[in-house]
Write a new protein. Sequence first.
Length: 475
Amino acid sequence: MPSPVRVRIAPSPTGDPHVGTAYIALFNYVFARKHGGKFLLRIEDTDRTRSTLDSEAAILRSLRWLGLEWDEGPDVGGPHGPYRQSERQTIYREHADRLRASGHAYVCDCTPDRLEALRTRQRAESRPPGYDGRCRERGLEPGPGRVVRFAMPREGATVVSDQLRGEVSYESASLDDQVLMKSDGFPTYHLANVVDDRLMGITHVIRAEEWLPSTPKHVLLYRAFGWEAPAWVHMPLLRNTDKSKISKRKNPVSLDYYRETGILPEALRNFLALMGFSLGGDREKFTLAEMIEAFDWSRVHVGGPVFDLDKLSWLNGMYLRELGPAEVLARLRAWRLSDEYLLKIIPLVGERMRRLDEFVPLADFFLCGDLDHAAISREMVPKGRAPAETAKTLEQFADELDEHRPFEAAPLEALARAFCEKAGWKSKELFMAVRVAVTGRTASPPLFVTMEAVGRELCRRRLRRAIEALRAVRA
């Protein structure tokens, strides 16, 4: 075992904090703690069109909520942190220049139109898409609109030695001349990842198996620089119940959803551990400390783990029942019975209240998770519309909602009204369908203020479940 062990988690701040990030972070954290090593956090924010500070803050908040505190990275040693790729551009350019000087990289000026025409021709000829090496021998210099590509070997094979999967071989002919530096001067994932891992002393790269096909490119980059590669460990992907890769259309993937629906962090850690690790025997409930004590790669399985929400709820119930009443009360107050949250919803239902005992029935949809959409499916269908048509329209609206920022009343209403114009729906039709999907009733406080208070993740989940219920309705 190389010493000292140094591992990292390297999320991209381009959306909500993903449950897959937590899954990989957990195994990096446990491996580091098992061997007295360091667990680093690196924010890979080179996608300048999609990276946001709000997304980065959500990632940090979610990892802390799960109890996976990092040893080095953003917010350690200063408010901006030492490990944010957008602050390391000079380093990447210097390393790209090193590769060009040694003949392992070259400048390419092919336009997007030429590359698209090339891909179209390759598809028509039933060939795998990839760059044809047109600029490889032209000796171009860097300039506006130009990229830097890695000169992949054209013969032989590259072997990746994975600690879970053994040796995996890739023919050089199947590897594209990967872009290393984009035309905007920012590095691609491949260059920045390898350079950062080397300079940060990473000994083991523990990541999802979807990165395995990229690993031969990384092995070759290490070789081109004359560096020793780290150990590779590619964890099995989280799967939906139909064995497809976990996705927001079939399962909540944002960590915010699990926090907001009252899943305990210790239960979620335990559940994520079960996705790839066995403590032995039939035991499924164990603490983080017990996992660290028993951890060994021989206990990690590579089959596709099924992300079963019912099992997570069952496991969460076990943890809840072990808490004393005072601790449950504290958890409830930290959840949706906090003064902060109740003060958001009291003004929304206050005008309808005549007695205090009416608060709970008026506010129940603010305080629960899933609704019984099957029972209310027909109430979501506007007069003259079909259930299938309503489902399709709600799905299109939910897709737009997924990418919408900020999740606040006025922008949400503007989004919904603009969507109605595009979809050819009256606003009252869409608003009622969304209202029933989100609240479970046809009458509620103002829709978009309600959605803001319910929150992005519960609104997203309820809309997706409403779509499923509508598709099950026989017209």
